[in-house]
Design a protein around this ligand. Sequence first.
Ligand SMILES: NC(=O)c1ccc[n+]([C@@H]2O[C@H](COP(=O)([O-])OP(=O)(O)OC[C@H]3O[C@@H](n4cnc5c(N)ncnc54)[C@H](O)[C@@H]3O)[C@@H](O)[C@H]2O)c1
Length: 368
Amino acid sequence: MNAATTSAPRIPAARLHEYVRAIWEQAGSSAREAQLVADHLVAANLTGHDSHGVGMIPRYVESLREHELKLNGHASVVKDVGAVLTIDGGKGFGQVVAQEAMEHGIERVKKLGVCAVALRNAHHIGRIGHWAEQCAKAGFVSFHFVNVAGDPLVASFGGADRRIGTNPFCAAFPRAGKAPLVLDFATSAVAYGKTRVAYNQGKQVPPGSLIDHEGKPTVEPKVMMEEPFGALMPVGGQAGGHKGFGLAAMCEIFGGALSGGYTTHEDTLQKTSAIINCMLSVIVDPAAFDAPDAEAEADAFVEWVKASPLVAGAERIYAPGEPERVTRAEREANGIPVDPETWRQIHAAALKAGLSQEQADNWSAHLR
Ligand SMILES: NC(=O)c1ccc[n+]([C@@H]2O[C@H](COP(=O)([O-])OP(=O)(O)OC[C@H]3O[C@@H](n4cnc5c(N)ncnc54)[C@H](O)[C@@H]3O)[C@@H](O)[C@H]2O)c1
């Protein structure tokens, strides 16, 4: 969660959404594609994950200019064996192809009770919780294992250089008439995008998150942005990093290998601005189990853990997904903070995407 943006200028979500749509329509996206990209990026900002919000636009524009990101692409089912679907994203916008992949999976779960959807070769699919929420809206439980193919940023446990992607894991449990429980995190100690946000804001990252190019611990995000490059630590850091490393490895193999995509190694290192994700999603209808009290049991557990006395310094206990809901409510009311450096980068990207200087200046003047 990025709490560090409180002093940044605030932009109403609906206006930011219009700007994102305008940029992508100008770049050549269909109205639907521009809408889905804006929906996703603005929702990431609303939930507090600025690392996966509108600040991604400059990187996507670079990827487009390098002919990596393919506009107006769609998810294509390459193998269908009923409860297992393999889908190729063709480097289309992840915000489109992941949405379509989940739609295919959800349709199958309605018939069969379960579906494993392997999506490969998608351009950046952003905040994975978005896809779990799509499944939860349909009433389904889901688990998602994702690799960031060929883009090592994270050290192995015990290793002193970058070997693995920030490979997110996500799981969600829907509840009738209530928000789903959504666990969604990068298997690095902090998400890479959060080091970008900290760097843009001239801030440090929490201890235990990074090592420098010699493998020494550091709190300076510049080791991720400027040479000589350091690495992110796996989640768990110095003490429990073997668990983060292990989960990242399984995300790599389930997401990258089982999907027919690829894992990260010498032959697959990404040389462009594109971020390629592969994701294995297992989607299940909870009604298919013999568990009529599953939701009541889940709620009883959440109530139980939240009733714990607080340790010094803690303000409350959150259920998975709750911090995102709290931030969303606050940002829907007060607008989305965008720091000046990120805003400058978006403005420059808007020009590269084809907006005229006057149009881009008008948007900026209008929104800030
Ligand atoms: N597409 C990609 O290639 C890619 C790669 C890495 C990360 N990501 C995305 O980046 C986003 C950010 O990841 P992150 O690792 O920085 O997330 P994070 O460290 O903020 O952790 C988020 C998870 O922890 C829960 N949480 C947060 N604070 C909590 C608290 N105090 N108590 C209880 N639960 C709490 C949240 O509800 C959420 O489930 C995720 O949405 C992830 O999917 C995407």
